[in-house]
Design a protein around this ligand. Structure first.
Ligand code: FES
Length: 178
């Protein structure tokens, strides 16, 4: 099922932000009318868990169970608070599991946040028009670099997010953020 059929009113990004603030899973899609949301304020994430990762939380600092994210349709991009509180997209795969790669919601041009456009299957930055493929690689500039990615693991219904320090699977090279 493609959750991109959700209605996208002009205030979609604002609604998305409000959903996030309420601690609910944010499903994702957006089209025209999206605007930059800016960084969310979130409390410091707790250390610990798998691989020293932090637990994915909502903006109020409440852990988000994996089951809550996985209740969304395959293809969903759900926004959570990740490393250093950075808004981070988690991806529900077609097989209903959580992708082991999360994508940080910060444009590599000038740092705007951006929505996922399910119709175009792209992350689309509203600030200057950069577009990214589903894996975060650049589809159209001015973004100079692929989106930062993080490792995602599920343990006992908790979602752990940890830094990605391996080779960047999109370039085969050392990540630009390491
Ligand atoms: Fe995203 Fe400029 S900040 S295109």
């Amino acid at each position: 099922m493609d959750n991109t059929q959700a209605i996208a009113p002009p205030s979609y990004s604002r609604r998305q932000l409000l959903n996030f603030l309420a601690g609910t899973t944010v499903a994702v899609t957006a089209s025209a009318g999206a605007y930059a949301m800016g960084k969310f304020f979130v409390p410091p994430a707790e250390k610990g868990g798998a691989g020293g990762g932090i637990i994915a939380k909502d903006v109020l600092g409440n852990p988000i169970p994996a089951s809550q994210i996985l209740a969304e349709a395959p293809g969903t991009r759900a926004l959570v608070a990740g490393l250093a509180g950075d808004p981070t997209y988690l991806i529900v795969k077609e097989d209903g599991s959580l992708d082991s790669i999360g994508i940080v919601d910060s444009c590599t041009h000038l740092g705007c946040t951006f929505p996922w456009n399910g119709n175009d299957q792209e992350f689309q930055c509203p600030c200057h028009g950069s577009r990214y493929h589903p894996d975060g690689s650049v589809a159209r500039g001015p973004a100079p670099l692929p989106l930062k990615i993080v490792q995602v693991a599920v343990v006992d219904d908790q979602i752990f997010i940890s830094p990605w320090t391996d080779l960047d699977p999109r370039t085969g090279e050392k990540p630009w953020w390491v």
